[in-house]
Each structure stands twice: as structure tokens, then as C-alpha cells.
Write a protein that binds this ligand. Sequence first.
Ligand code: COA
Ligand code: AMP
Length: 630
Amino acid sequence: MSSYAEAFRQSVDDPETFWLDAARGVDWVDAPTRALDGSDAPTFRWFPDGTLNTSVNALDRHVQAGHGDRTALIWDSAMVPAKRTYTYSELLAEVATFAGVLRDQGVVAGDRVIVYMPMIPEAAVAMLACARIGAVHSVVFGGFAAKELATRIDDARPVLLVTASGGLEPGRTIEYLPMVEQAVTLSQTPPHTVIVKNRDSIPGAAADYKTSSAAWFDWDELVADASPADPVTVAATDPLYILYTSGTTGKPKGVVRDNGGHAVALTWSMRAIYDISAGDVWWTASDVGWVVGHSYIVYGPLLVGATTVMYEGKPVGTPDAGAFWRIISENGVRALFTAPTAIRAVRKADPEAAELAKYDISSLQTLFAAGERLDPDTYEWATRVLDRPVVDHWWQTETGWAIAANLRGLDPMPLKAGSPTVPVPGYRVEIVDGEGRAVEAGTEGNIVIALPLPPGTLTGLWQDEDRYRRSYLDTFPGYYLTGDSGYIDEDGYVFVLGRSDDVINVAGHRLSTGSMEAVVASHPAVAECAVIGIRDELKGQRPSGYVVLKAGADIEPETLRQELIAMVRDQIGAVATFRDVTVVQALPKTRSGKILRKTMRQIADHEQYTVPSTIEDPAVLEALEQQLGG
Ligand code: COA
Ligand code: AMP
């Protein structure tokens, strides 16, 4: 039996042995004697009697083992530009001191702390400092605007918010503090404290701000007066973080991650999936605001004592399409993990990879891709120009680590274009039809995972057990619903084709069409609207809005478009990249009033479709076909 098959079999037949064995890769205060607690099924807990501290595992243990001088983090900003390196001892000192700051501000274990930061080392320091004192961080991506930040504040109810004066995007500076001020003002449950890391290049300082509900402090001033905090031991089942992700409605889902299962799963994944160990240089080109950034910029690489690269910049234009290759060559990067959109952007700017020839990237063993489908064309191009394995793997915010992958450290398998390879040990992936019946190999259906999910996956949605069960567990009892559709071929390879719900994926960013619809519908001229994700050559998908005007509304289509773009940008953020607006006479609906978004998407993408039998008025679809289908 291959080592993959053996590991998978054991993970399914004897999960206790498999995961208790994996748990030995983690330093516990009280080592767990049991792996799985199924007493509250279908909600499961891992390592119910284990206790630990995640930040001790990421930092202290390596320093205590004599590796304090090893590089923990390399920060490279193509935007400033600047570079800074932290050894494990240095990063530990910064984290312990900032944990002292949080403690001095009254933050205790279990309290929530919002981290709204650009890609600077202090973002990782803030996350690890929370983990050190048992506080629960909730990182909000810097590309989200004030209203989205306020929504997350109201759900997480943080006691404190950590931010910076701003972020740097090509050609413009994003000032964070006016947005934080607005969010704190909008919020029903604002934090009592805001801490601001001032960046020299970006105006705005804590001293310039005052909100009635919160005191604002300067990061450096607080750090100068603080003493380091000792780590607080937490239960393996205690929450480490909440990360909000887009669901089908406008209200984001607060995915909760525990401490113990997370540390075990990520440690296991670094070696088995990515083939990365202590001392290796690892680079995830993403943002700490996404799950990929949580797991593989911050926690995963540090848990195994590797060096993590944190990059502030873009794959192209900062300054050119050689940015990725420069960083690999300067730092001896062994593996790079990025989103397919980033590879497509490099390809578009430099189709013959002329930039690549300027750098020595001999250290690079593997390019990993996730966040959206790695289309075969992009896969072939990257494989050709890099002459190395280009490895797709599939996962979600909810799972926190890969569901399907080609396990480079356990048992590398032949790669197939368009497939993230096989289910990772611990994940019993199946394909079912709408009634929950298993389908034959090669037949498309809903991708589901038999419960329990392995360690490291979500333990629930923040204070919303009901929504957790409704969203993931109720549709097919005994299974977790991924929301993706796809198939498994005769060789057991998984193919993920796309979402089967109204979540869209734009440039590797998961966005909700529901939240965009809520903004568009609030325009005074709009009677009703639908936002769908249509195919985009560069970004995979892009949002496209269809609007029915109120009777008598007198507005030029271009004026309406500009106003709607500005509203979405202002209320959700630039990252929504909402630009397409089409005025239509009516939206196609079922007799029960449900908008036929899937059919609209098929028409816009020029795909074959069948008219649903439940359609209210087929003429609406015909009119739409003429307008969009061309
Ligand atoms: N703060 C403020 N604004 C931001 C932002 C941030 N952190 N990130 C992006 N934006 C803005 C961009 O400036 C852009 O604004 P514009 O419309 O005025 O030009 C807009 O949001 C859209 O951004 P994006 O779609 O990301 O395009 P881009 O050209 O800035 O970058 C990529 C393209 C490919 C580099 C980028 O999308 C990317 O890195 N994607 C991968 C995402 C990822 O890592 N996902 C996790 C899974 S691996
Ligand atoms: P997120 O929660 O932001 O990581 O987005 C998760 C969603 O992105 C998944 O449900 C998929 O729709 C999509 N996705 C992520 N990785 C892949 C992949 N390798 N192949 C296909 N789709 C992917």
C-alpha cells in the first residue's frame, strides 16, 4: 500500500491513533489522552483534554530548543520599499511585549481583538500576541471598507482593535484611521481601545483621533512602557481566532478555529503536504486577512520552525512581473504558495517569462496554488516556464487547511491539470446528487465531506450554532456541505468546478453577491437587482449587476453605473471590483419568486442551459438572452 493510501486508511479507520500520533508534533502543557470527542455530534471537538499555548508552539519552543538565531520572518515590502528580518528570539520578544500591552489594556483570555492591518510584521505580532494571552483575534482584510469592518465588530464584540495608519496600494495610500473611526462610530458594540501602529510613510496617528466610546493609543508608545506577558495556557478546544468569510447572505460568517486541532493539523500539513521543515524558507504570497494568510503566512511555517516571508506588494507592477522571482532568489525560497490569479497576472505581463531569466530561482522546489480553480491553461504555462511541480490544492476558510492535495512530503503523486489531486487524510470526500445519493465516478455533483471533519477545521460559527448547522450540516445529514460542486474521477482524483451557491471568487477573494445586492438595491432608482459572478479571464470571476429600475426613474445608465460602483466601493471596499451594471426590464424568477441566478450566469457566460420548469415567465429569459447572449 502506498504511504498515502496507508495514511488515509488509518485516518479513517483509526482516527484516534492517527491524530494522537500527529499531536506529538506539538508541545502541550497537558498532552491529550483522547483525539476525538463526539459527544455533541454532529458538532465535534478534537483533543478534549489537551492544554497548550499556540504562540509558545510558534515561537518559544524553537527558542528554547536553541534556534533563537534562526530567521522566523522576512518582511519584504515592494511598496515602501523596505526589508526587515526577525529571528525567532526577536519575534518572540516583540510578541511577548505586545501581549503585555494587551494585558495592560485589560484584555483577558477569551476576549476578542480585531486586527485591521496592512501587510506589515505588526499584523503577525498582534495575532501571535493575542494567542499568547488566550485572546481571540479576528483579522479583517484591509481592503474592506468601514461598514464591513463595523459589521464584523458588531458580531465579534471586541474589547480592543489593533490597526495601522494605513496600507499602500499601487499609486495610492489607503488611510485606515478615518475608516476605523467611521466603523467604531457605526458600531453598536465598539471596542474600548484602539491601538495604532504609525507608519512613517502614511499620515495619521492615534493622537489625531478621538471617539466617544474608545480611547486611541500609539503602538510604539505603549510598547515602550510594557513588560513582556507570560503565555496563558488554554484548552485545546478554546478558540484561537474568528475569521469572517462570505456566505450567501450579506452577513459574513464568523468561522471559529480552536487552538489544539489547529496546531496539530497545520504542523502535520507543513511536512506532509508542503514538505517544509525547520529552517526551510517558505513564502505564501497572500494577505493575513484571508485564511491562507492565517494558516500559511503566520501559523503553519512558524509552528514547524521554518522561515516565513511576508510580502507587501503585487505580483506585477511593483515594480514589474519579476517581483516573485526576485523574492525567491534573494531569500532562497523553497516553496511559494499563491493564488492562480497572481500567476495569470504574471503571465499576462510577461508571457515569455523574460523576467524569470534574470533571477536564480534554483532554491524553488514547488509552486503551490489555491484559493480558486487552477485552470489547465495557467497550470501548463507555469509548469513550462518554471520546470517544477505546480501543485493545486483545494480548501476553504472553514477547513483552514487543504481538503484535497498532492501530498509532496508524504507521497508525491502524478499531477493532473485541473485537479487538486486526492482527498487529504482525515477528509472523506464524496460526491452526491441533490437528494444526497452517491454518484458514479466522473459524474458532477455536490462535494460533501463525511463527518467528523479532521482537526483544524471550523468548530462552528461565532455564537451562531443554528446558522452553522443550517449552512453546513443540515442539507445532507452526516455530511459537511462544502458549497462546491465537482467530481471524482476513476483514479480517485478530485475536480472542483465551482461554487454551487451565490458565493463568488474574484481574484482569489471570496465575496458575497448578497452583500453587493444589498448595496445596489439601496440606490433610490433601483427597484430590484441581482449580482452574479461571471467568467473573467484574469480574475477567474467578476461581479456583474443586473438592475430593474423603478417606474419613472429618470437616470442615464452610465450615471447609474458610476453611482453604483462608488456605493459598492464605499460600503464594501475596492476589493469587490464591482464595475458591470446592466439595466434590464425584468429579472428571471421561479414561480416562488427566487431569482434564477445560475441561469443568468450561464447566459452571460454563453453556456448551454435548460430553462427551469419552475420559471415564472419564460419571456423574461428570452429578453435577457437577447440582451446578454448576443
Ligand atoms: N487594501 C485596500 N485596497 C485593496 C487591498 C487592500 N489590502 N487589496 C486590494 N485592494 C484594492 C486594489 O487596489 C484594487 O483597487 P482598484 O480597483 O482601485 O484598482 C481593488 O482592491 C481590486 O483588487 P484586486 O482584485 O486584488 O486586484 P489587484 O490588481 O490589486 O491585484 C492580484 C491582483 C492578483 C495581485 C491580487 O488580486 C491577489 O494577490 N490575489 C490573490 C488573493 C489571495 O491571496 N487569496 C487568498 C487565496 S491564496
Ligand atoms: P476561501 O474560503 O476564501 O478560501 O474560498 C474557498 C472557495 O474557493 C472554495 O469553496 C472554492 O470554491 C474555491 N477554491 C479554493 N481553492 C480552490 C481550488 N484549488 N480549486 C478550485 N476552487 C478552489
